[in-house]
Every structure is written in C-alpha cells, then in structure tokens.
Design a protein. Structure first.
Length: 132
C-alpha cells in the first residue's frame, strides 16, 4: 500500500469513527415528542368538547401542560355533565408529563404568564374567565 493510499485510508477510517459517534441512540426525537403531545391535546379537546351544563358546579378547570419556568401551559374548562373527570385528568397528566420531559430535553422555550381561570355555567355552557 502506497503512502498516499495509506493516508487516505487513515483519514477515511478516522472520519467514519468520528461520525459514527454522532448518531443519536434515543428513540425520542423532538418531532416525535411534538406529535405525541399534539395527539394527546387532540384527544383531550375531543373528550371535553361538550361543555353543556345546568349549574356551575358541573364546570371544572384543568391545569394542562408544563411551562419550562413553572406552572401550567394552559387551562382547559370542561363540564362533568358529559365528561368523565378521571379521564380528563389522566389525559392532562399525560400531557404535563410529556411537556415536562420536553422542557428538560429542549430547555427554556416559553415563559409567558398564563393567567388562572374560573369556570362558570352561563347560558348552559361552561365558560372560562381569567382571574386577575
């Protein structure tokens, strides 16, 4: 093997070894995480879409998600008249867990304040009002 061929061989081998160390071994990618959160958010929205009520005690507020700087990323108002509270809470918890993991992986992305809301039954629909 000539000296130049040997040098090319060493450079190629070294390059391959260095680049092979750059491959991610994680099954979780930001795109997959975002897709998972999107699916969970869609499932929650579908679950709580019927906000009809007869009294304000049927209207509940869920804290959903986790901002990188703390606190929920949003609030969801729903009616217990047509939505199983346990199912809604489980989905909200799954979204919160996923967003918490995303925040740890991706770092600080959003720290805009999210104001708490109160839910009231008005015109036979659960509605949210920001608390100031």
């Amino acid at each position: 093997m000539s000296r130049s061929s040997y040098s090319k061989f060493l450079v190629t081998t070294a390059s391959l070894l260095i680049l092979s160390g750059c491959v991610s071994t994680s099954d979780s990618t930001p795109a997959n995480d975002n897709t998972n959160v999107s699916k969970l958010n869609s499932a929650l929205a579908e679950l709580v879409q019927d906000n009809s009520c007869t009294a304000s005690f049927q209207c509940k507020v869920l804290e959903v998600g986790q901002r990188a700087c703390g606190g929920p990323s949003r609030y969801v108002v729903y009616s217990t008249l047509h939505t199983q509270q346990e199912n809604a809470e489980q989905l909200a918890d799954q979204i919160t867990e996923q967003e918490t993991a995303d925040n740890q992986t991706n770092g600080l992305t959003d720290c805009l304040p999210v104001l708490p809301v109160q839910a009231l039954c008005i015109d036979q629909q659960c509605q949210s009002f920001e608390l100031k």
